[in-house]
Write a protein that binds this ligand. Structure first.
Ligand code: SF4
Length: 85
């Protein structure tokens, strides 16, 4: 990814946060909530979320979304139903 496409990252509220908060080895609801609280204050949340969805970032909190939330947002609503057993 060219640097000019992710230049917004330099203005991210997470720049001064512990990377483990956004890329934990063992994710937990508390860690996710703390990371999302940082994202909620971030001036580049929209750019970050858009990038992560477009790039298919599989790990970590990006733009206030967990990996599972990003996966769900990429799948059309009608396709999300569990398969019949
Ligand atoms: S939205 Fe969250 S992950 Fe993205 S740059 Fe801002 S603080 Fe970091």
């Amino acid at each position: 990814m060219p640097l000019e496409e992710i230049g917004w990252l330099r203005r991210g509220a997470c720049r001064s946060s512990d990377p483990e908060l956004f890329f934990p080895l063992a994710p937990s609801p508390v860690q996710e909530a703390r990371a999302k609280a940082v994202c909620a204050t971030c001036q580049v949340l929209t750019e970050c979320r858009s990038y992560a969805l477009k790039a298919g970032e599989a790990d970590g909190i990006w733009g206030g979304l967990t990996p599972e939330e990003r996966r769900r947002s990429r799948v059309p609503e009608g396709v999300r139903r569990p398969a019949a057993s």
